[in-house]
Design a protein around this ligand. Sequence first.
Ligand SMILES: Cc1ncc(COP(=O)(O)O)c(C=O)c1O
Length: 373
Amino acid sequence: MERRQLIKHSAFAVAAFAFSKNLFAIQEERGMPNSFEGSNGGIIKLGSNENPHGPAESAKKAMIDAVIISNRYQFDTNAQLREAIGKLTGHSKDNILLGAGSSELLGVVTSWTAYKKGNIVASEPTFKVWLPAARKLGLPTKLVPLTASKHNDLNALASGMDADTKMVYLCNPNNPTGTVSPKTELEAFVKKVSSKTVLLLDEAYTDYYDSPSMAHMVNDNPNLIIAKTFSKTYGMAGARVGYVLAHPDTIKELSSFMAWANAGPSAVSMKGALGVINDKAFIDYVKSENIKAKAILYKGFDDLGIKYIESFTSFVYFDTKPYPKNIPAVLQASNIVGARPFEDNSTWLRISIGTVQEMTKVVEALKAGAAKA
Ligand SMILES: Cc1ncc(COP(=O)(O)O)c(C=O)c1O
């Protein structure tokens, strides 16, 4: 790529980040005080689908040991982590681009899309961290409602595409609803969409319930980009390590939209990811605790007559309609923050799954609140 083109690409990327929501606005939206950091301080944080069990001992040790190399740039560590991810997913390191969390890379794909002009097709509601940048960069977005059961409507998304569609975004399992689409339907969707345009498939939550991943399709479908993260099951949200899997040509194109070669996570964060990547015991623990904690919430909702969607993730989408009070306010009175809406004029909220103890407190607070009504 020519230098002039590169500068243009980088300017797009930088603009996209500058346009995204500021941190304080995000914290406020999630019901958190601006000064709040960390996972304790008496507040139970259930607004950002963070993993309450992380970071793993394996990640912590690796990050502590890595502090000593943080005077050097992170080129080698970047290559090591891409190798290790490739071993895990069955790819080569040329199929992988690392970012400071997968959100950075969702921004990079959005910048690439803006560079090509056109429009974006996505579900509503879904994870739309890329939307403010898309709007500022002049990309119209067609939002396609979920089905009545709050699943991604794959047929409607495919028919929502037109000749100007330059990106389809699909989050599977979907955030905020926690629903998954079946493997065969997803494979057909990947083939259909990626034969025409870029499909950005966000698989941030596939690991929790071994939901179908489409990672095996990237080498045959250069328009398929899969986003994954160390923020969820791996418990490293604040360390900021994410990646995309794609055809090597697509990876090259995307990396030209990053601020510079090997931008992305720090050496220390990547060493943490290398520490935890094969820590099966930690991942198994996270998954089984998530199941236990979620069962406590489901039981509480059943007792209170609250309808919810079966979730394949670390959060649950539920309908507050039968509850006699304002649920976020009831929870906040017990120092529990984060239950929040994702649709306009809707009674549905999303809450993250914390520890078994935290979800027990959520249910106790909801039951006490209902009893007092
Ligand atoms: C669906 C989805 N994708 C991507 C992300 C971004 O994760 P990160 O930038 O921490 O990797 C999140 C975070 O909540 C998410 O829910």
